[in-house]
Design a protein around this ligand. Sequence first.
Ligand code: HEC
Length: 133
Amino acid sequence: MRTIGLLLLAGAALAQEPVATMKQLMVDMIYPASNDILLVVNRGGPSDEKEWTAVRRSAMTLAESGNLLMMRGRARDQGDWMKDAKMLVDAGTAAYKAAEARDTNALARLTEQLDASCTTCHKQYRSNVFPRP
Ligand code: HEC
């Protein structure tokens, strides 16, 4: 029984192995998703159903990306890193809700929160980039 339990545990741990490197996650998932939202907001907000759907998807991508950052193998520590990743979860979740409600103003107000969720973590953990010249 004990062996089976251990095997199951090992299986669960394996199932959580990260696929993307930190850089891939940033460049191929998180950055495009946040950029898509910011571009649409800068143009005055989504103008049709297709754009609202795109914003909703990007917002969900960001929210769940925050969870991916908290995975074992990715989390750099259990303190500030987790808090910073949670900021991304919260910003993405709020943007998702705004998109569901087709609330352009709420979405526009969220860009600051979204931006802060990136820079807060980068300041501490992407030290080769900050402070910018
Ligand atoms: C919890 C921490 C954390 C959060 C939140 C976070 N990042 Fe990052 N980001 C990092 C780290 C660490 C690196 C450095 C990765 C490396 O080079 O290994 C990085 C690097 C990057 C890079 C550069 C990749 C390269 O070419 O080296 C981009 C672009 C980026 N992040 C975009 C974003 C955006 C946009 C957001 C917010 C929507 C965000 N990140 C949120 C931790 C975070």
